[in-house]
Design a protein around this ligand. Structure first.
Ligand SMILES: [Zn+2]
Length: 104
C-alpha cells in the first residue's frame, strides 16, 4: 500500500465511523434510524424516533375509533381526523390537533 492509498483508506474508515456514530437509535423500537430526515423528536425522550413509531404511539394513546386516522399536519403537529376510509378526498374533519414537536 503506498502512502496515497493509505491516506485514502483512513479517510474512508473515518467517514464510516462517523456515519455509524451519527446514526441515532429510535427510543420506541430500538432500531437505528436510517432516514433522519423523516424522523421526529420523541416527546418523552427528546430523541429522534421513526415517524411511523410516533404515529403508532399516538394511535394507541388516543384510542382511535375505526373511522379515525392520525395524519401529519406539518410543523411538528398531528391531527386526529375523521373521514371515509380509503378516500383520498380532502373532505376529512380534523377533530383534534396535537402539537407534538416543539416549534423551532
Ligand atoms: Zn422506531
Amino acid at each position: 500500500m503506498n502512502t496515497h492509498n493509505r491516506k485514502h483508506y483512513k479517510k474512508y474508515r473515518d467517514y464510516r465511523k462517523k456515519e455509524k456514530a451519527k446514526r441515532e437509535i429510535c427510543p420506541v423500537c430500538n432500531k437505528p434510524i436510517n432516514k433522519i430526515i423523516t424522523a421526529i423528536t420523541h416527546k418523552e425522550t427528546k430523541k429522534k424516533a421513526h415517524f411511523d413509531c410516533v404515529l403508532k404511539e399516538l394511535k394507541k394513546y388516543y384510542h382511535l375509533k375505526p373511522n379515525e386516522e392520525v395524519y401529519y399536519l406539518g410543523g411538528g403537529s398531528f391531527g386526529i381526523v375523521e373521514g371515509p376510509k380509503g378516500l383520498k378526498a380532502k373532505r376529512f374533519v380534523i377533530k383534534r390537533k396535537i402539537q407534538y414537536e416543539e416549534k423551532q
